[in-house]
Design a protein around this ligand. Structure first.
Ligand code: ISL
Length: 559
């Protein structure tokens, strides 16, 4: 692989709004751009870099501090770009390195930070290293960058019992040039995503260099894919679990492939790379671990800056449960001096307007996009309340594209259009994640409601015309305007530091966060009296002195 060189034409430009303190990330609101589905400038049905450039003004006006862009690297797209063939380039379907340079410059001029997505657990089968490994004999240095092993029982049985997160065994068998079966390689995800061997020094050096390649081009940070899965147990012991792979490690350091202690040393090295830049670059980890305490271990001062806290993705709509989970996250993060990174949705989980619409909630079904009964009006109401909770909390928050429009999961996509490998690998039992990845509606009309000049890669529901940016902009009651007002207020008084819980009735959550906004959230279906204070913002119109069911309000002192 070629080594990256700093390109002098990529001079990082930071606009006036960027003179913010070096710890901007501690209170930042970051907007996730799922590039395939954000905006399509060239009309091929897939979003692209030019599309993002054309909508930077929208993001600035929305009031976020930055954007995280899902993988845009050359990729056969076996898993929506999470199968990377070259970490130092852009897929021609998305644009060019030159387009990316312009995007970073323009974002900075508008005061927006740009985070990319690094995928270090695995490469694509099309990556030069993997091709080389397949062409090299067992035991060779090229194979040592991945996890190749002979099979058991004379070679025909996989080396151990690990399962792929996407279903089926986590091993695929190689075939020699003469067609004879050979070693197996590990893939915790699709078979097109071979796992790298993080015990190999080539791998460590290579990724530090990839980070520098993009940092040299002004990129402000990285979201780290599957940060908890990178290092495997040296002996690859059997898991002894039947069924599909566990999403997260049990407590303790002994799971053979999730949340192993050795991974922390990798991140200490990454932190040194990030800190060698001015301004220092930042990381946010995707780490599905079991407790807030284990998550906080990734955030010790010499490791990563932040990691998604998936509390709200897993929590029930219940004030007591929410309060307990929030308190635990705050306390565990405080111990390592890190802010919590709150989020309601992303490109892997069911859209929260649908999750919160469930009339018989079942987190396990929802995590797997299996479907269930839903009350859309309840979902939207709760989603509007949930974002006021999210944005009132101290720390940082990530929004997933389209949630500001109140978009719901598209659960009736025709099966022949589904692209998520989960669908095929589960034999059709799990529909997969395409339903949260449908292209954004920007306009009321057009072949893809303003997403692009032609149809998008997935069809949008007709009802999305009324959910489009065009339909909602300027309508005071719309979800888009609620987000804009909330984000503007939050920028003026960013919650940081202390949170004080307030007495509240059954089913009601209330706290005051420095520098002074009080949040009240009613998770019951019945109206409750509002505490004293001046209403700054509410998720629904407020009848006199009352907070309706499934609603939230922000209050300031005074009347
Ligand atoms: O979405 C999931 C299962 O359907 C999760 O288990 C998900 O795979 C897990 O959170 C890791 O996600 C990340 O890595 C995957 C990629 O498919 C996801 O899009 C990405 O966010 C493999 O790179």
């Amino acid at each position: 692989m070629g080594r990256g060189r700093a390109d002098p034409s990529w001079v990082a430009v930071y606009g006036p709004a960027m003179a913010a303190p070096r710890d901007w990330w501690r209170t930042a609101v970051v907007y996730q751009v799922y590039i395939r589905s954000f905006a399509d400038a060239d009309g091929d049905g897939l979003g692209d870099v030019q599309g993002i450039r054309s909508r930077l003004g929208y993001l600035r006006d929305l009031g976020v501090d930055g954007l995280w862009i899902n993988p845009w690297y050359p990729s056969p797209q076996a898993d929506g770009g999470y199968d990377v063939a070259d970490y130092r380039d852009i897929d021609p379907a998305f644009g060019t390195l030159d387009d990316a340079r312009r995007l970073v410059d323009e974002a900075h001029r508008l005061g927006l930070r740009v985070l990319l997505d690094v995928v270090p657990n695995h490469t694509s089968v099309e990556h030069a290293w993997f091709r080389q490994a397949l062409a090299s004999p067992p035991g060779s240095p090229a194979r040592a960058r991945y996890i190749f092993r002979p099979g058991r029982d004379g070679g025909d049985t996989p080396p151990n019992d690990w399962r792929s997160v996407f279903g089926g065994p986590a091993w695929a068998r190689t075939t020699g040039p003469d067609g004879s079966p050979g070693e197996w390689y590990l893939h915790l995800f699709a078979r097109e995503q071979p796992d790298l061997n993080w015990r190999n020094p080539d791998v460590r050096a290579e990724f530090e260099d990839v980070l520098r390649f993009w940092f040299d081009r002004g990129v402000d940070g990285f979201r780290i894919d599957v940060a908890h899965g990178m290092v495997k147990h040296e002996d690859l012991p059997d898991l002894g679990v039947t069924g599909e792979a566990l999403l997260a490690a049990p407590e303790g350091d002994d799971h053979p492939h999730w949340d192993r202690p050795e991974v922390h040393d990798v991140f200490r090295g990454w932190r040194r790379v990030a800190d060698s830049y001015d301004p220092p670059r930042v990381f946010v980890a995707e780490a599905w671990v079991t407790t807030a305490e284990r998550l906080a271990a990734y955030l010790r001062p010499d490791e990563l800056h932040s990691a998604f806290d998936f509390t709200f993705i897993r929590a029930r709509w219940d004030a007591t449960a929410l309060r307990a989970a929030i308190a635990r996250s705050l306390a565990d993060h405080a111990r390592v001096g890190a802010p919590v990174t709150w989020t309601l949705s992303n490109h892997d989980v069911i859209r929260h307007a649908t999750r919160l619409a469930r009339t018989s909630p079942d987190p396990a079904r929802d995590l797997h996009h299996v479907g269930g009964d839903a009350d859309p009006a309840q979902g939207l109401r709760r989603a509007r309340a949930a974002v006021l909770l999210l944005l009132a909390l101290p720390g940082s928050a990530y929004l997933y594209q389209g949630e500001e429009l109140g978009l719901f999961e598209v659960e009736d996509l025709p099966e022949d259009l589904l692209q998520d490998p989960v669908f095929a690998r589960s034999g059709g039992a799990v529909k997969g994640r395409d339903g949260c990845r449908v292209p954004l509606p920007w306009a009321r009309t057009g072949p893809s409601l303003g997403f692009g000049p032609g149809p998008g890669w997935l069809p949008q529901p007709a009802s999305w015309a009324d959910a489009s940016v065009e339909a909602q902009a300027g309508d005071e009651d719309s979800t888009l305007e609620l987000y804009r007002r909330a984000l503007a207020m939050r920028r003026a008084r960013r919650p940081s530091g202390a949170l004080e819980w307030l007495q509240a009735g059954e089913g009601v959550l209330a706290f005051r966060a420095e520098p002074g906004v009080t949040l009240v959230l009613n998770t019951t279906p019945r109206p409750v009296p509002l505490p004293p204070g001046r209403v700054l913002l509410a998720s629904v119109p407020l009848p006199d002195g009352m907070l309706p069911g499934d609603a939230a309000a922000w209050l300031a002192p005074g009347s």
